[in-house]
Structure formats: C-alpha cells, structure tokens
Design a protein around this ligand. Structure first.
Ligand SMILES: [Zn+2]
Length: 215
C-alpha cells in the first residue's frame, strides 16, 4: 500500500504528482519574501541610489571645475582680453581686434559647454558600475547553520511542530481524510526533495519544513 499522502490541496493521489502544492508553496514563498524583504530592499535601494548619485555628482564637479579652470586660464591668455574686461567689452582698441577677441571668446564658451556636456554624459554613463559598487558594499548574510535559532526556531520550542504529531493524533488523522498541516508540510517537503514536475522555489531541502500557508 502506498503511504504517500494525497495532494493537500486537491486530494489527488500522490502519483502522478499534481502541481498544486509546489504552486501554493511558490505563492507562499513570494508572499513571505515580500513581507521579509520589501522594506529592507527599499531601504537598501535608497541608500545605494543616494550614494551613487552623490559620487557621480562629486566626480562631475571635479571634472567641470578643472575644465572651468582651464577655460579661465585660456581666456586670460588671449591678446587684449584684460583690457577688454577692464572696459566691460568696449575697450579703446581697433574694432578688428575686438571682433577677433569676441570670436575667440565665443568659441571658447561653446567649447566649454561641449566639454561640460561630455563630462556629464561620461559621469552618468558610469551609473551601472557605481551602482554595482555600492550594492556590493551591502551585506545580506545567511545565518550560521549551527545557530540555535536555526536548529531550534521558537515555534518549534513552543511545541508548534509537535502539535498533532503524537501517536494518538496520528491514528486519528489517518482515518480522517482531511490533511493535517504537519503531514501536508512534510509531504510538500518530501516532494521538493524529488525531481519536481513543476518549477519549485530554490529551497535548501535538508531538514526544511515549509512555512505555514496563507490559505
Ligand atoms: Zn493537487
């Protein structure tokens, strides 16, 4: 006689395996992940974005400030620039010199603008690399497998897992066709150990019991 329990969801025989349980498990995992991770991911994302943005802005600032410096140095090196500035653009020199100087200044300003645009583009294009860097500084670590909190979760200590697991209870449940929660969990865990017929979430199966479902 086959002792494998029927599907906990639709009560179909264990073989051929139906996809209900792994589908429900996937949903439960997604929901648990959302509860556990969403707020932390939001916090991490905000942190990474603000640091990446600040780094990009600082780098851009450095690039443009040296470019502006070079621009100012170039302007002051132009012939007649000092007197041109001194007379606020109307120096007492031949108009041809003024026209030539104005053309040089205008070209230098255009060149500065092109340079700043290029600096900004270059800075912004580094976002993927900079985001990778700051995400890389965030640590999300799994607990030690030998940690008591892993080996003895509080709900197990409180008897949660043992509830309905006694011999009397087991006999009763066997006659009862309704699936006991713990039977259902171990059935699901059991199935996850074998080659799944439906895609299952990536779960360490050894000693693992799926969390309580939300249905
Ligand atoms: Zn089913």
């Amino acid at each position: 006689m086959d002792a494998a329990p029927n599907c906990a969801i639709c009560n179909a025989p264990a073989y051929p395996e139906c996809p209900c349980e792994s589908e429900r498990l996937q949903i439960a995992v997604k929901q648990a992940e959302k509860r556990a991770m969403d707020a932390r991911l939001d916090e991490i994302r905000d942190w990474v974005i603000s640091h990446a943005r600040q780094h990009i802005l600082n780098a851009f600032e450095r690039l443009t400030s040296s470019r502006k410096q070079a621009h100012a140095t170039y302007l002051s090196s132009l012939p007649n620039y000092a007197i041109y500035m001194q007379y606020s653009g109307h120096p007492p020199i031949h108009p041809a010199y003024i026209a030539q100087l104005q053309a040089q200044i205008s070209e230098a300003h255009a060149e500065l603008k092109r340079g700043i645009d290029a600096d900004w583009r270059a800075s912004v294009l580094r976002y993927p690399e900079v985001l990778d860097y700051f995400y890389g500084l965030v640590s999300l670590r799994l607990p030690d497998e030998r940690s008591p909190r892993v080996l003895e979760p509080p709900f197990a200590v409180a008897g949660y897992m043992d509830k309905g697991y006694g011999k009397e209870h087991k006999k009763k449940k066997r006659r009862d066709s309704s699936a006991a929660p713990d039977r259902m969990y171990s059935a699901v865990a059991e199935r996850l150990r074998g080659p799944p017929s439906a895609p299952t979430p990536p779960i360490q199966s050894s000693g693992y019991r799926p969390p309580m479902y939300g249905y």
